[in-house]
Structures are given as structure tokens and as C-alpha cells.
Design a protein around this ligand. Structure first.
Ligand SMILES: [Cu+2]
Length: 170
């Protein structure tokens, strides 16, 4: 229960072969959605790419009070029109950061790591992975909530992610 953030429940489901009728504009390899709800507010981040590590889009910020429940829903969808994408790392994490909007992704080691989950998946054409993570915000500070692809830069020249800044106040 590092940093006073309590993992209430975490689940991930993987669905293969789902055909989606709607894709975010401009998507090519993956669609990403990271939706964060807390204290009556909801923010959503869509697909960005790295490098650079912070991507190109400003991160949405959600502010909650210490003790508030936070619910994250994430999706990663293969939108590559040419077929499947094998051996994709799917990596979700929540890690303490120094400031809202910081450009460096903090290293995932030490006491700043709140949640760090990952798995490998072969994404068939239109396949989708999604998960829900619930935790309770504890220690005041700023946290980076991020879902990212891994092992796809060799083929596509970049990775894909969605990220939100969580600001926890007293
Ligand atoms: Cu891409």
C-alpha cells in the first residue's frame, strides 16, 4: 500500500476479434483511450505517440482529494489496416511524478510506483484489450496514469500511449 494509495480492485479483460465501427481520427496502428473518474469528474486521454516520452498532446488533469476513489478504464485497440500485430507489450502504470505536465516519465522502481501491470499479447486485426483499475487516492501529490504499447517501435517507429495526470490534494 505504497504512498497510501490502496488498490481496491483491478481487472483486465482481453477480447480478440471484436470489430469496431468507430475509430478515433488519425489512428493508424493502435487506438488508445484512458478514462479517469474521480470526485465527480471524468477526463479522457486518446492516443499519443512517443518519442518524445511525453508525446505531443497536453495531458488531461484530474484533481481529487486524498481518500477519494479513482476509477481508470483503459483500452488498446489494433487499428492497423494491414492485419495483426504480434508480441505487443501492454503496460499500465501509476507512478508518482514531480509536477503536472512533466516531460519525463518517472522510472518504474522505488516507492513512487503505485501500480505497475503489464502483459504480452498478439493483437489480431481489430483485437482489443481493456481493463479497469480502481484505487483510493491517499498521499497528496501528482501521479502519472499511463497505458502504453511496447515492442511496436521496431516496426512502426514509435510507441503508443494515453496518459492523464492525477493531482491529489489534502
Ligand atoms: Cu502507430
Amino acid at each position: 500500500m505504497r504512498l497510501g494509495l490502496y488498490l481496491l480492485a483491478a481487472s483486465a479483460t482481453v477480447c480478440a476479434g471484436i470489430t469496431l465501427s468507430q475509430h478515433p481520427a488519425g489512428a493508424e496502428h493502435f487506438g488508445v483511450l484512458v478514462r479517469v473518474a474521480g470526485d465527480g469528474n471524468v477526463v479522457s486521454a486518446t492516443m499519443d505517440t512517443s518519442p518524445p516520452p511525453q508525446g505531443y498532446n497536453p495531458r488531461p488533469v484530474i484533481e481529487v482529494q486524498s481518500g477519494d476513489p479513482v476509477v481508470v478504464n483503459w483500452h488498446l485497440i489494433n487499428q492497423y489496416p494491414h492485419g495483426g500485430i504480434p508480441h505487443v507489450g501492454v503496460h499500465f502504470f501509476v507512478v508518482r511524478e514531480k509536477a503536472v505536465g512533466q516531460q519525463i516519465v518517472p522510472p518504474l522502481k522505488g516507492s513512487g510506483v503505485v501500480i505497475d501491470d503489464q502483459f504480452m499479447m498478439d493483437f489480431a486485426k481489430h483485437a482489443e484489450a481493456k481493463g479497469t483499475v480502481k484505487f483510493r487516492a491517499g498521499a497528496p501529490g501528482v501521479y502519472l496514469i499511463r497505458l502504453q504499447s511496447e515492442n511496436t517501435a521496431q516496426e512502426f517507429g514509435h510507441e503508443h500511449f494515453g496518459a492523464v495526470d492525477l493531482k491529489v490534494t489534502d
